[in-house]
Ligand binder design. Structure first.
Ligand SMILES: [Zn+2]
Length: 405
């Protein structure tokens, strides 16, 4: 029952006037819409001229018939004449009232609680979900601590700070840290991703948390983190199944160099010398399998990058990149993001900030479309009692892998 209207808007950057779609009735029972609203992904528009993305100030009526919530926000707050506020609110409540089936028309809808700030409206919505201010405060504190730790330069300072906050370094902390690394990697900041993964073992040691907890976090997020070449070899030997084997090869691809294979050869020779022919044969078989898998993956990568490159070209040549993206959501994968972030970096280095910015816009558009799709899928598969995700804490991200140096 989402009502989409159009409003004339002026781009704050280049002052072009254009019509932007707005949504002023937000149905809190629609998890997809609710999440987009809480994450600030509703009522934003891209200027057709300069591609600048800005948020559109508009009145909003949020309602949840199950929780009997009717909340209203009029932008401009106390600067807007009371009559104008009342008219804006009246228009919204009447529209909603008339849309609803008669038996759903309740009086509270006509008397919504008014908010001067969207943030306080978000607080109220989340509190109705049982996500209290205290929980959100804890989430914010955790994020702040994580950001502090991530920006510390020296290991000794890091150690001191981590010792001070030892109690806070719990499982959730490591989940958020790992998730942040994952997001950073996808969003084109591999340095931050690598840094977070590098400080993680030290933090885990200080926290005294069991190392299986970290492995568990990685498994849950679909992450494979390889320490070094011997670690890769060890895991290949222990791989539980074919899929795991292929994923390990894909993740550790850069480690599969001359030195890696030389090391296997040494182990084969060692086993042969000791008369352990069974082990030597197993290692030989493993070496062949690694080489074969590696070449299959290389061929697949090549194809994936060609497809990503074609798609990017299509997007940048189109007058409606959003539509091209939405028609090709299935082709938005890690090669797509890798190529896009590599090209954005290149544009930055070649002093083409507009091109770099355009690529970032495409990256964010693609990310948010994937998130929306994930939310839709979750909504379809989950029962009606799903609790919504709190706004910035966790984003569904495509599965990625991080390999150590
Ligand atoms: Zn503009």
């Amino acid at each position: 029952m989402a009502v989409q209207q159009v409003t004339p808007t002026i781009c704050p950057s280049c002052h072009t006037q254009f019509n932007a779609p707005i949504q002023s009735l937000i149905d809190g029972q629609n998890q997809h819409v609710k999440m987009a609203f809480l994450q600030g992904r509703i009522n934003i528009a891209q200027c057709p001229q300069c591609r600048n993305i800005s948020s559109i100030q508009t009145s909003i009526l949020y309602y949840d018939l199950e929780k009997e919530l009717a909340l209203v926000y009029v932008p401009g707050g106390l600067n807007v004449a009371i009559e104008a506020q009342e008219k804006a609110i009246g228009d919204l409540t009447n529209t909603l009232f008339n849309q609803l089936e008669p038996k759903k028309r309740k009086l509270y809808i006509l008397n919504p609680k008014q908010f001067l700030k969207l943030e306080t409206m978000f607080d109220t919505i989340l509190e109705a979900d049982g996500i209290t201010k205290e929980i959100r405060q804890t989430q914010e504190d955790r994020l702040k601590l994580l950001q502090d730790l991530a920006t510390i330069k020296t290991p000794s300072e890091l150690k001191t700070k981590a010792e001070e906050h030892k109690e806070e370094l719990d499982r959730t902390f490591f989940e958020v840290l790992t998730n942040m690394a994952q997001v950073a990697n996808v969003e084109g900041n591999p340095q931050l991703a690598q840094h977070l993964i590098t400080i993680r073992p030290l933090l885990a040691e200080i926290s005294g948390i069991d190392s299986t907890v970290i492995d568990d976090v990685d498994a849950k997020l679909g992450l494979i983190i390889l320490k070094d070449k011997p670690d890769l070899l060890k895991r290949l030997r222990e791989a539980r199944n074919e899929q795991m084997f292929v994923e390990l090869i894909a993740t550790g691809h850069a480690m599969l160099d001359y030195e890696f294979f030389q090391d296997i050869t040494k182990q084969i020779d060692g086993a042969t010398d000791q008369g352990n022919h069974k082990q030597a044969a197993e290692l030989k078989e493993l070496r062949t399998k690694i080489l074969e898998t590696k070449s299959v993956i290389e061929e697949e990568n090549k194809k994936a990058f060609e497809a990503a490159s074609d798609l990017l070209q299509k997007i940048f040549q189109s007058s409606n990149p959003q539509q091209v993206l939405s028609e090709n959501l299935d082709k938005i994968n890690q090669p797509f993001f890798s190529l896009l972030s590599a090209q954005a970096q290149q544009a930055q280095q070649q002093n083409q900030p507009e091109a770099a910015q355009a690529m970032e816009v495409v990256m964010h558009m693609a990310m948010s479309m994937l998130q929306e799709r994930a939310a839709q899928e979750a909504q379809q598969s989950a029962s009606e009692t799903t609790t919504p995700e709190p706004p910035p804490a966790k984003k569904p991200t495509p599965k990625i892998h991080i390999a150590g140096a």
